[in-house]
Design a binder for this molecule. Structure first.
Ligand code: SIN
Length: 327
């Protein structure tokens, strides 16, 4: 009798461990934009490909539009194991990797092609590993686009901004940029920007075209300046502990999928930077101005000196490497 009981217990234990072993690994991907943005589409594509190619092994849940965490919270959530994947904008990493502030420098990169050349260089790729000692693993850079500014008064030259109150990402570089323009700043999560513009809590903002269009900031902002002064992109990031815990074959398949999805995200970003900008023009509620060469020079004259303040944190060599990516 005792022998039968022991065999039954053993069989149940084996059954439970088989069931546990068969449970797919869960990747919860938290981000702040909608599905109709490059990042949102990238998350959906990632889920599709993972579930096709790692069926039964890995499952992906996406939490877009800050449904789970905003960007101020998500890095700690990765470390605590509350989510496994995030893609905050590069402006949001200062406390984890001060060197990443480089991407916010006004007029550092001529265009997104220059950013890509830099990110593909040895110095750029190294930045993906710049948070290892803090427990994070950078998996890829994802693109959105160059930033435009907006307000409810015509903007052309730096003096036009004087006295405005701009929403900024929590970036010390952006803070310095607007200080140089005599503009007050209010750092706030992306989720709150539309309401803040609607209520007049802020009177201006800057962002990439797909974010502006997806949130319809043109409902409350009548004048846009297509300045392209800085780059908005992302780092796809996970916790090093989670990544290292994956079975090696699963990890390499995920890495392959990330390479493919990154190429798609960057293609979508290029396309949306044009098409979402055009949709704002077509909607006819706002006017978009492109600065002349002389006006751009005036912006550069006011904004480029702000780099100096961050030279020690970012490193002269890295700034030099980034500048070399311009042709
Ligand atoms: C994002 O594109 O992730 C949001 C950027 C922002 O906070 O403006």
């Amino acid at each position: 009798m005792r022998l039968y009981l022991s065999i039954a217990v053993l069989m149940m234990t084996v059954a439970v461990s088989v069931a546990q072993a068969a449970e797919p690994i869960l990747i919860r991907f938290s981000h702040v934009t909608g599905d109709n943005t490059p990042k949102g589409q990238g998350a959906v594509l990632f889920k599709q490909r993972v579930e096709e190619r790692l069926a039964g092994k890995v499952r992906v849940e996406i939490f877009p539009r800050s449904l789970k965490f905003n960007d101020n919270q998500v890095m700690l959530a990765l470390l605590f194991g509350d989510v496994e994947l995030a893609a905050p904008s590069l402006a949001k990493f200062r406390s984890f990797s001060p060197k990443l502030q480089l991407f916010d420098f006004p007029f550092l990169f001529d265009d997104v092609e220059a950013v890509h050349r830099f990110q593909a260089s040895a110095a750029g790729r190294k930045l993906l590993g710049s948070m290892t000692d803090r427990g994070f693993k950078g998996l890829a850079f994802w693109e959105n686009g160059m930033r435009a500014m907006s307000a409810n008064r015509p903007l052309r030259v730096p003096a036009d901004l004087k006295g405005l109150r701009f929403r900024i990402e929590p970036s010390a570089v952006m803070q310095a940029q607007y200080r140089a323009l005599s503009v007050a700043t209010v750092p706030m999560p992306f989720k709150q920007v539309r309401d803040a513009l609607k209520l007049g809590l802020v009177t201006g903002q800057e962002n990439a075209w797909s974010n502006i269009y997806s949130k319809r900031f043109d409902d409350f902002q009548k004048y846009f300046l297509d300045l392209g002064h800085s780059y908005l992109g992302y780092m796809l990031v996970t916790s090093a502990e989670f990544w290292d815990s994956l079975p090696p074959d699963t990890r390499s398949e995920l890495e392959e999928i990330i390479v493919e999805v990154t190429a798609e995200v960057n293609r979508i970003a290029r396309e949306k930077a044009q098409s979402d900008r055009q949709k704002i023009i077509d909607a006819g509620r706002a006017k978009i101005v492109t600065p002349t060469h002389e006006e751009r020079q005036e912006w550069q004259r006011v904004l480029k000196p702000t780099w100096k303040k961050f030279e020690a944190e970012v490193g002269k060599e890295l700034i030099e490497a980034a500048m070399q990516a311009n042709r």
